[in-house]
Every structure is written in structure tokens, then in C-alpha cells.
Design a protein around this ligand. Sequence first.
Ligand code: GSH
Length: 207
Amino acid sequence: MSIVLYHHPFSRAATVVWMLEELGVDYELRFLDFASAAHKAPEILALNPMGKLPILVDGEQVVTEVAAIGLYLADRYGLGRLAPLPDDPRRGTYFRWTFFAPSVIEPGAIAKANGWEGRPSQLGWGKQEDVVRAIESALSHGDYLLGDQFTMADVIFGGTLRYLLMVKMLAPTPAIESYASRLAARPALQKAEARNKAVIEERGLGR
Ligand SMILES: N[C@@H](CCC(=O)N[C@@H](CS)C(=O)NCC(=O)O)C(=O)O
């Protein structure tokens, strides 16, 4: 199998399992045990010097960072389906919200939860109320970020929202809740959750 995902079910690698299920490609999950610091072993640091998951290996290609993994996979295995074609102007919106998730939504929520102070004009994530307004505006064009078409941007952006809702670092609004329910109903997400759950049970995690 050419696609290998270094994985722990309690990590962002769980979102990559969802990506792979949406694409319908074959992949192998390679579990790394956080408890024994398997993700800090020299052979893993050679793949990702950060010693963090997820790490995707596709043949000779190593990709880290959830958003980069999603964009890579969608272009390579889902172009025109999960990624707009290169000459489609909607790629602007597609990239916009894909990058907004890890560079604005996630650090903004973590900063707020930890009481980190700073001048909103200097912080890339500004004020939390502005972030929520931007999320709502992104969700105001239809069922998905690109209107009717579900894309990899929804996995990246939606995966971030789902995680923050779960850990109560983002207050649900009606628009965010209804988007999260639409995502939860997707068969690929349900398959991914079943696969992550199987690893949790097999490894006796969370006991
Ligand atoms: N910016 C990275 C974040 C990666 C990350 O922080 N992964 C966490 C799990 S979700 C991790 O591996 N933590 C273990 C550690 O740092 O020891 C991405 O988007 O992939």
C-alpha cells in the first residue's frame, strides 16, 4: 500500500483518516504510542522533526501539517471532486478557509482558553468575536464552504470546528451547529470514526 498514515486516534491524525475515507483510497494506519513517546523516536523525527502527528507518507513523499496533507491528497486523488480544478476561481475560497482554520481559528481558540493576551491588531487571529463572525460568513453560502459542493476545505475547516466544539473551546451558534451536524452525517466521517474507534479498542486507549 503506498499511503501510510502515522496515527494516534486522539490526535489530528483522526481528521486525516476522514480525508482518506472521503477520497476512497487505500491506506495503512501505523499507530504510534504517545505514552511510550514512539512519536519522538529517531526514525519518526527523520520524517517530522517536530515529532508530532499526523505524518502522511505517500510513496517517496512525506507530508505533515493537517491542512497541507488535505490539500495534497485532494489535488492528487480528488482533483475536480474534493478540490476545485486549478483554473476554477473558487480555489480562492477553497484556500481561504483551508488556511483560516490552522492560522486563525485554532490559535485564536487556544489563546482565548489559556488567557494569552496580546494586541488584536498584532495577533493574526485578532479578536474571538471577529473569528466567530468570519466563520459564520464562511458558512452563509450554502451547506458547505463552496456552497453545494463539499470539498477538502470542509474537512480541514470543519474538522477544526468539530474538535473545538468537542473540547468546548468554541461556543456553538445555530449556523456552526447545523454545519457540524451535516458533516457528522457524512458516511466517510462515520467510517473514519469507526476506524479510529477500532484502534482505541484494540490498543486499550482511554481506559
Ligand atoms: N500543526 C500541526 C499540529 C500537530 C500536533 O500538534 N499534533 C499533536 C497531536 S494532535 C501531537 O502530535 N502531539 C504530541 C506531541 O507534541 O508530543 C498539524 O496541523 O498537523
